[in-house]
Design a protein around this ligand. Structure first.
Ligand SMILES: Nc1ncnc2c1ncn2[C@@H]1O[C@H](COP(=O)(O)OP(=O)(O)OP(=O)(O)O)[C@@H](O)[C@H]1O
Length: 509
C-alpha cells in the first residue's frame, strides 16, 4: 500500500478539551477512507490540522511519505490537499468561473485567461461528469450544484487528496448518488478521498477503510468489507444502538395546530406555498416529508413567527396566531414561543443559536421572560442551575456552560437547541431536520425526547428529508412537493415507493 496521508501520534488540546489524543493511522493512496465518530470526537479538528487551519500540539504528519509541517491552508493546497466544507466558501453573486479564479489566482485575470480557465473547467466537468455550468451564478444553483462547484474548484487546483466533511448532510438522495459517482471516478484516477460522515450506510456503500475516533482517540480501524454498521456503531459509542425505539399506542387529543388555506408568495409574486391545509393534534407527531426546497422550510418559518404568510389562517388551540403584530420588543419568534410554540430551526447556526454567546446564554435565548425574578431582573442563579441540569440531561460535551457555543461541535450545538426547546414545555413543537449532522447515539436520544414529548401530549410538527427518521417518529405523514401538499398517509400505510411518487409531485387522486 502506498500511503497518501499518515497521522503519527497527533495530539491537539483546546484549553482543557483534548480534541485529538495520540492519533495514528494511515490513508492509502487511491482509496476512499471514512472517518467516523460521535459529535465532538475530534474529526473536524484532525482534518483542520491536515488542512493547515490548526497546528497539532505534538505528532507528525506525512504526505506522500514525507514529513510535512503544514502551516496554512495555502501550504495544504500546494501539497495537493483540498477540502469541501460543510458550509460552502462561495461568493453568492459571482459566477462559478469567477469563484474558481478568485480562489486560485488571487484575483481576476485578463479575458484571455478567463477563456482558458473556462475551457479547463468544462474539460474537468466532462471528465468527472460534474454537471456544472461555469458561467452560472452561484445563488441560482441548488445546494447539490454548489457542492459540485466546490469539488470543481478543488480539482482545478490539482487536489489529489480531497477531504469531504459531511458532504451529504445537505443533499437529497439523488444528489448523494451523483456525488458518489463523482467520488468513484476520482478514486479511479488514483486520487484519495477522506470522507467524514455520520451515515453508516454511506460508509458501507463507498469507503474502502474506516477509522473510528472516540473522545479524541482512535477507537477502531477496519476494512469496510470486514465490518458492519452494527460493529461500527459499537466502536463509535461503546454500546449497541437499538434499531426501533419503543412507542406508546397512538392516542391523539384535541387539535392544537390548524392551518387553513395558507398561501405564500415571494416579492416577485412566485407562489412558494399554495393551499396548505394541515392539522396537528395533541400527542401526535405529524411529519412533513419531501425533498428539501419544496416549501417545508417556508411553512415552518411562518409557523414559528419568522415570516408573514400572504394569506390564510393559522390557529393554535382555536385562536388565530397574531401574525404581523409585534407584541413586545423581543420580536415575533419570542412572541410565538410565549404562546407555547417551541421551535428547533432547520438551520441552527442561523436561527437557533447566537454563536458568540455562551452555552448558558443560548439556553435562555427566546425564553428571556421566564428567567427573571420578581423585580424583572435576570435570575442568574436560576439560569445557571437550569443550564447545568440541561447540559447533564442532554449529554452536551464538553459540559461547560461558559464556553462560546460556536466552539462546540455541530452536534453538541444541536443538543443545546433541543434541550432549550424541549424543556420549555411547549404545546406545539416545530422541529426542522433535528438530527442533521448528529451522531447515531445522539439521534437515538433526540428521538427518545421527541417521542416522550408526544406521549406527554405535545403536538409535534416535524420536517425531515430522512425517510428513516420519518418512519421512526411519525404518526401521520404529509408529503409536500412544489409548495403544495401532495398526499397524506398514516404510519401504518408507510410505503417508500408511494411517498417517493408523492415527493416527486404526483398529486393525490
Ligand atoms: N476552536 C476551538 N476552541 C475550543 N474547543 C474546540 C475548538 N474546536 C473544537 N473544539 C472542541 O474540540 C472537540 C472536538 O471537536 P470537533 O469539532 O473536532 O469534533 P467532531 O468530531 O468534528 O464533531 P461533529 O461530528 O459534531 O462535527 C469538541 O469538544 C469541541 O468542542
Amino acid at each position: 500500500m502506498q500511503p497518501a496521508v499518515e497521522f503519527r501520534n497527533i495530539s491537539k488540546a483546546f484549553g482543557p478539551v483534548q480534541a485529538n489524543a495520540d492519533v495514528s493511522f494511515t490513508i492509502a493512496k487511491g482509496s476512499i477512507h471514512g472517518v467516523i465518530g460521535e459529535n465532538g470526537a475530534g474529526k473536524s479538528t484532525l482534518m483542520s490540522i491536515l488542512y493547515g487551519y490548526y497546528h497539532a500540539d505534538s505528532g507528525q504528519l506525512l504526505i506522500d511519505g514525507q514529513a510535512r509541517a503544514i502551516r496554512s491552508s495555502q501550504e495544504a493546497i500546494d501539497l495537493g490537499i483540498g477540502m469541501v466544507h460543510q458550509h460552502f466558501m462561495l461568493v453568492e453573486n459571482m459566477t462559478v468561473l469567477d469563484n474558481v479564479m478568485l480562489g486560485a489566482e488571487g484575483g481576476f485575470k485578463l479575458a484571455a485567461k478567463r477563456a482558458e480557465v473556462e475551457a479547463k473547467l468544462r474539460e474537468i466537468c466532462s471528465r468527472y461528469r460534474l454537471d456544472v455550468d461555469p458561467l452560472a451564478t452561484i445563488h441560482d444553483l441548488s445546494v447539490g450544484a454548489q457542492q459540485r462547484v466546490e469539488i470543481l474548484k478543488q480539482i482545478y487546483r490539482s487536489a489529489n487528496i480531497l477531504i469531504l466533511d459531511e458532504p451529504t448532510a445537505v443533499l437529497t438522495a439523488q444528489e448523494t448518488a451523483s456525488l458518489f459517482e463523482i467520488l468513484r471516478l476520482f478514486k479511479e484516477q488514483g486520487k484519495t478521498i477522506i470522507l467524514i460522515t455520520h451515515k453508516l450506510q454511506e460508509i458501507m456503500d463507498i469507503t474502502d477503510q474506516v477509522t473510528v475516533l472516540r473522545a479524541g482517540r482512535v477507537s477502531g480501524a477496519v476494512a469496510t468489507r470486514e465490518t458492519s454498521k452494527e460493529q461500527l456503531a459499537n466502536m463509535m459509542v461503546g454500546r449497541p444502538i437499538e434499531g426501533n425505539l419503543p412507542r406508546k399506542p397512538f392516542n391523539p387529543g384535541a387539535p392544537v395546530l390548524k392551518v387553513s388555506n395558507l398561501q405564500l408568495k415571494d416579492a416577485n409574486g412566485v407562489q412558494l406555498l399554495a393551499d396548505i391545509d394541515l392539522n396537528v393534534r395533541a400527542g401526535e407527531i405529524v411529519a412533513i416529508a419531501g425533498v428539501s426546497g419544496n416549501g417545508q422550510s417556508e411553512l415552518m418559518e411562518i409557523l414559528a413567527g419568522m415570516r408573514l404568510p400572504t394569506s390564510g389562517q393559522v390557529e393554535l388551540e382555536g385562536k388565530p396566531l397574531p401574525f404581523g403584530r409585534r407584541t413586545n420588543a423581543d420580536g415575533l419568534p419570542a412572541t410565538f414561543r410565549k404562546l407555547g410554540i417551541g421551535h428547533v430551526p432547520e438551520d441552527r447556526l442561523r436561527d437557533g443559536v447566537i454563536k458568540d454567546f455562551s452555552v448558558m446564554q443560548n439556553t435562555v435565548f427566546g425564553y428571556q421572560d421566564r428567567v427573571k425574578n420578581r423585580w424583572g431582573l435576570f435570575d442568574f442563579d436560576a439560569i445557571a442551575k437550569r443550564c447545568a441540569h440541561l447540559l447533564q440531561a442532554f449529554d452536551v460535551r464538553p459540559n461547560n456552560p461558559d464556553l462560546r457555543i460556536g466552539l462546540l461541535s455541530g452536534g453538541n450545538q444541536q443538543k443545546v437547541v433541543i434541550a432549550r426547546e424541549v424543556s420549555a414545555a411547549p404545546k406545539l413543537m416545530l422541529v426542522g431536520q433535528p438530527t442533521r449532522g448528529v451522531d447515531i447515539g445522539t439521534i437515538e436520544s433526540i428521538h427518545t425526547q421527541l417521542l416522550r414529548l408526544r406521549d406527554e401530549g405535545v403536538a409535534i410538527l416535524l420536517v425531515s428529508v430522512e425517510l428513516e427518521e420519518v418512519r421512526a417518529l411519525a404518526d401521520r405523514i404529509v408529503v409536500m412537493s412544489g409548495g403544495r401538499v401532495t398526499g397524506e398517509l398514516n404510519i401504518d400505510e408507510f410505503d417508500t415507493t408511494r411517498i417517493g411518487l408523492l415527493m416527486g409531485g404526483m398529486h393525490k387522486s
